[in-house]
Design a protein around this ligand. Structure first.
Ligand code: 5RP
Length: 232
């Protein structure tokens, strides 16, 4: 990938927001991975923090780097969560879940004092929807749920949506950390993300969707030499 430096620089700028004594939410994906690795270096140099991972993948990464973790149900306060995104618009609304961790990511982000998104410039777009929107659904009745999701997309002004069940490398239905499946919804362009979010949340069988609206307070876009911060 050609944008590793941009991701690294975004992660490094997020590191500057970390303070001694914080409880951190650790995101999932290749950009968040840089942050976890940098955090581990600071911990080795004496920084004292505790963390909650947003996926089993990040749990393994953090554990292997010696980042102290606490069980999610023992967390009283999450000061700062640092996570990546698949798309972000100029209001700080996001599509997440390309890595399949949207449910835990949203639970942790929503309970955090401050969510920081780190990304390379390719993630910035004018209107959400080029990236297929991940929608996590229960395995039971997923064909029926997929039909209701399709209707919700149509009712939200998406002309020709496509809902595809995500598969893994063995062509089996992908299974999330929560034991659910993911419908990747090809929208092209989402005219009204808030309206779509409300419609998707109302579908029984939808566990969570990848629209993160009003959650990111800071977006950090890395570039070749540094990073730019946007506050919302
Ligand atoms: C995982 C996510 C990731 O944050 C998103 O996919 C971005 O990943 P990357 O930093 O690898 O581009 O939402 O569920």
């Amino acid at each position: 990938m050609g944008n590793e430096r941009e991701k690294q620089n975004a992660a490094a700028a997020a590191m500057e927001l970390v303070e001694d004594g914080m409880t951190l939410g650790l995101g999932t994906g290749s950009t968040a991975r840089f942050f976890v690795e940098m955090l581990a270096e600071e911990i080795a140099d004496g920084l004292v923090v505790r963390a909650v991972p947003t996926s089993e993948e990040t749990r393994r990464l953090a554990e292997s780097h010696g980042v102290p973790l606490i069980p999610v149900d023992e967390v009283e306060r999450i000061h700062l969560t640092v996570d990546g995104a698949d798309e972000l618009d100029e209001d700080g609304a996001l599509i997440k879940g390309g890595g399949g961790a949207l449910l835990r990511e949203k639970i942790i982000a929503d309970s955090s004092d401050h969510m920081v998104v780190i990304a390379d410039p390719s993630k910035q777009i004018l209107r959400l929807g080029s990236f297929p929107l991940p929608v996590e659904v229960t395995p039971f009745g997923f064909t029926l749920t997929a039909r209701r999701v399709f209707e919700a997309l149509r009712a939200s002004g998406i002309d020709k949506p496509k809902t595809l069940l995500r598969t893994d490398a063995g062509h089996e239905a992908y299974v999330t950390d929560g034991g659910n499946h993911i419908l990747d919804c090809h929208c092209g362009r989402i005219p009204d993300a808030e309206a779509l979010a409300a419609r998707l949340s109302a579908v029984p069988g939808v566990v969570e969707h990848g629209l993160f609206i009003g959650l990111a307070r800071t977006v950090i876009i890395g570039n070749e030499t540094g990073a730019t911060l946007f506050e919302y």
